[in-house]
Design a protein around this ligand. Structure first.
Ligand code: 13P
Length: 243
C-alpha cells in the first residue's frame, strides 16, 4: 500500500495577525501544488484568519484540544471548535505539553478520543528522552507510550508523530536509519490488522537539508516540522523533498 505523505508545520506559540498571509508566501515559494498532503497548525488565534484565505490543498490543524466536548473549562479549546473553524487534524500529546502541562498517556488518549468524536484526525505524538535513548530503552519507551496513548480506531483515522525529545529544537536529528527503525517498531505494535494504512511522521529538527533522506525511508510517511515551518522558503523546500 502506498501511503500519501503528510508534511505538517507546528508553529507552537509563534505567529501574530501579521503572519496571516503565510499561505500566499508558501504558495509562491512552492510554485506548484504539492505532491503530498500539507498541514499547517498555527496558534488557535490565527486559525479563522488563515482559513478565510488559503489554497484548498492547505489543510489546517490545531495544536491541542480539550478531552471534554464543551462546558466549564476556562481557557480550553474543544475539538468541535477546531472543526468549526476548518481544522481536519489536531496534534495531541506533544512532548512540550507532556512536559509543561504534565499530560499523561491517559489524558492524551482522552484528547485523541475527543478529536475523533468531533470528526478530526488526531496526530498523537510519542518520543523518548536522551537518557532513555542512551540507556537503550528508546524502543520500549516509545512503543509503550504509543499503546497507552492510542484510541481505538481505524489506522487511516489517525496519524502518529515520532518526535524524539532530544531532537526537538536542538538541531540534532535522528539518523534516517534510527528513525526508520522506530517507525517500523511503532507500525509493528499497531493493534489492528490495518497497520499498512497507518501514517507515521517524523519530527525533530527536520530542515531542508535533512528532509529528503528522512522522507525516503519506507516507514517515514511525512514530517512534523517546528522551527523550519515558520519560514515559507524552508517549509516549501521540505514539502518539495517528497518525491
Ligand atoms: P523542531 O522542528 O523545531 O525541532 O520542532 C519539532 C516539533 O516539535 C514539531 O512538533
Amino acid at each position: 500500500m502506498t501511503r500519501r505523505k503528510l508534511v505538517a508545520g507546528n508553529w507552537k506559540m509563534n505567529g501574530l495577525v501579521k503572519d496571516r498571509d503565510f499561505p500566499k508566501a508558501l504558495s509562491d515559494a512552492l510554485g506548484e501544488e504539492p505532491r503530498c498532503d500539507v498541514l499547517l497548525c498555527p496558534p488557535v488565534t490565527l486559525l479563522p484568519l488563515i482559513a478565510a484565505d488559503k489554497p484548498d490543498w492547505l489543510l489546517l490543524g490545531g495544536q491541542d484540544c480539550a478531552p471534554q466536548a464543551s462546558g466549564a473549562h476556562t481557557g480550553d479549546v474543544s475539538a468541535a471548535m477546531l472543526a468549526d473553524v476548518g481544522c481536519m487534524h489536531v496534534i495531541v500529546g506533544h512532548s512540550e505539553r507532556r512536559a509543561d502541562h504534565g499530560e499523561t498517556n491517559q489524558l492524551v488518549k482522552a484528547k485523541a478520543i475527543a478529536a475523533l468524536d468531533a470528526g478530526l484526525r488526531p496526530i498523537v505524538c510519542v518520543g523518548e528522552t536522551l537518557d532513555e535513548r542512551e540507556s537503550g530503552e528508546a524502543e520500549a519507551v516509545v512503543v509503550s507510550q504509543f499503546l497507552a496513548s492510542l484510541p481505538e480506531c481505524a489506522a487511516d483515522k489517525i496519524v502518529i508523530a515520532y518526535e524524539p525529545v532530544w531532537a526537538i529544537g536542538t538541531g540534532r536529528t535522528a539518523t534516517p536509519e534510527d528513525a526508520q527503525a522506530m517507525h517500523d517498531a511503532i507500525r509493528a505494535a499497531w493493534p489492528g490488522d490495518d497497520a499498512a494504512a497507518l501514517r507515521i511522521v517524523y519530527g525533530g529538527s527536520m530542515n531542508p537539508g535533512n528532509a529528503e533522506s528522512l522522507l525516503q525511508q519506507s516507514d517515514i510517511d511525512g514530517g512534523l516540522v517546528g522551527g523550519a515551518s515558520l519560514k515559507p522558503q524552508d517549509f516549501a523546500r521540505i514539502i518539495q523533498s517528497v518525491r
